[in-house]
Design a protein around this ligand. Structure first.
Ligand code: FE2
Ligand code: FE2
Length: 458
């Protein structure tokens, strides 16, 4: 056992005896100091693993005073070897927190056990202190404010971030009532005056997303709060720990992001409208057709519970469904009489042209395919590819019905408006065959409830 033992003993015979005993027990030769000053010097030269010390020493410093100096320097275990057991000496010795107190005369075995226990306990204590330091510095270093409260709502701990966040020194926070020192308001009206009461026993941590604000001398700070129950070593409720995070920067970033997103969405809608208007410029008779189809198609999609994202996809595709007509000669578009077969086949190209125009745009919906399919029919009688059944996208089926209803109720170059009645005759006669039955039913119920187009049709 190569422990470094410092023996402090002023009586040469006793010192010699103890050193021999130690060597007999297998320890390395102990360093010997005969008075307090010498012991301190030797201690400072090299910190021993354990100090064996007589209480009554030559010179002005006795063993107990020496122990006080050593305790101030380090946590080295001290074992008193003494013939004195008077209550006043014991009392003074106790204050220096010795690891052992051996009364002379003593057995080798007693000395051995005491040294081994002292060194073992000292190492365990050192490990514990190192862990405590690590925990303390971790809590100090984290940017979140950490505050603990006892069962009565009094603050028992706060880290540096809590001092900074609340603008209050630790000395004022410790022992104060949480609700009085740290004023928190909550949009959800949660009462933080007694945080421990908020965490029900047996439940996990509570997370209050950034609904709370903390009052500080420099204004309100939005904070995110987590509260966890604290338990003592016996598992009994011992209050709560609150972690508060300043979310000012995050709020600002979110607001900027939302504003940017709003701008982008506005620009996107305006771009889609501009594209739709461009394609309608050459065909004044159908001006507003796509916007009206979009209005009805969105109402149908909503009635069919498609969800907000899918409904927006229907709106965009409907706004642009006839964009391919930009490629059709004006004479055909504006022809006041019925189209010949050749003219009709040219006119029918608009679905594919629209697809070609839109397919390179990365919409979050299959807009180009929906536009390509808006004249397809469930029974395969449509164009351009004669798709049938589930091969036709749901949005294309919706736009197909909205397109027919709007077109038939509007004026066309070659005919006056036929009116809603005939439009409904058409979709009802094709219900479940050419047109999706659910869409037709939704359309009927919408008009029965008073649906009207916002923009006047041609
Ligand atoms: Fe069309
Ligand atoms: Fe159309």
């Amino acid at each position: 056992m190569r422990y470094d033992i410092l023996l402090v003993e002023d009586e040469a015979v006793v010192a010699c005896d103890v050193r021999h005993r130690l060597e007999r027990l297998g320890y390395a030769p102990a360093r010997l100091a005969t008075n307090g000053a010498e012991a301190l010097r030797m201690f400072n030269e090299r910190t021993p693993d354990v100090v064996l010390m007589d209480i009554v020493l030559d010179g002005p410093m006795d063993g107990i005073e020496l122990a006080g100096h050593i305790r101030a320097e380090a946590h080295t275990p001290i074992i008193y070897l003494t013939g004195h057991a008077a209550p006043d000496i014991l009392h003074r010795a106790k204050i220096t927190e010795p690891f052992g107190y051996i009364l002379k005369p003593f057995e080798d075995r007693e000395l051995h056990i005491c040294i081994e226990m002292a060194i073992y306990k000292s190492r365990v204590d050192n490990d514990l202190r190192a862990k405590e330091r690590w925990f303390a510095s971790t809590l100090r270093s984290i940017p979140d404010a950490v505050v603990t409260v006892d069962g009565a709502g009094r603050i028992t701990y706060c880290n540096d971030s809590a001092e900074r966040l609340t603008h209050q020194p630790r000395a004022e926070l410790l022992g104060a009532r949480f609700g009085q020192s740290i004023p928190l308001c909550d949009a959800l009206r949660t009462d933080y005056t007694d945080p421990a009461a908020l965490v029900a026993p047996g439940y996990g941590p509570l997370h209050f997303s950034d609904a709370a604000t903390l009052g500080t001398p420099s204004g309100s700070v939005p904070v995110e709060i987590r509260i966890s129950p604290l338990h003592d070593a016996n598992g009994t409720d011992a209050g709560a720990v609150l972690v508060m995070r300043d979310v000012t920067e995050r709020r600002r970033a979110e607001e900027t992001l939302h504003a940017t997103l709003d701008d982008l969405q506005r620009a996107f809608r305006q771009t889609v409208s501009a594209l739709a208007a461009t394609s309608e410029k050459r065909d004044p008779y159908t001006a507003g057709h796509q916007a009206r189809v979009a209005q009805l198609a969105c109402a149908l999609a909503s009635r069919l519970d498609l969800g907000a994202h899918a409904i927006e996809g229907v709106r965009v595709a409907a706004m642009l469904h006839d964009i391919g007509k930009i490629h059709i000669p004006s004479e055909i578009l504006a022809k006041p009489t019925r189209l010949s077969d050749l003219e009709m086949s040219i006119m029918r190209m608009h679905s594919e042209v629209g697809h070609d125009i839109l397919r390179e745009i990365s919409f979050p919906w299959p807009v180009a395919d929906i536009v390509l399919q808006h004249h397809e029919r469930l029974d395969g009688s449509g164009y351009p590819h004669g798709l049938a059944g589930d091969a036709i996208l749901p949005a294309a089926r919706i736009i197909a019905v909205a397109d027919v209803v709007e077109a038939m109720s509007s004026h066309r170059p070659y005919r006056p408006a036929r009116g809603l009645g005939l439009a409904f005759d058409e979709i009802m006669s094709g219900r479940g065959a050419r047109y999706d039955a659910a869409v037709v039913d939704a359309c009927q119920s919408l008009f029965a409830e008073g649906f009207t187009f916002d923009q006047p049709n041609g």
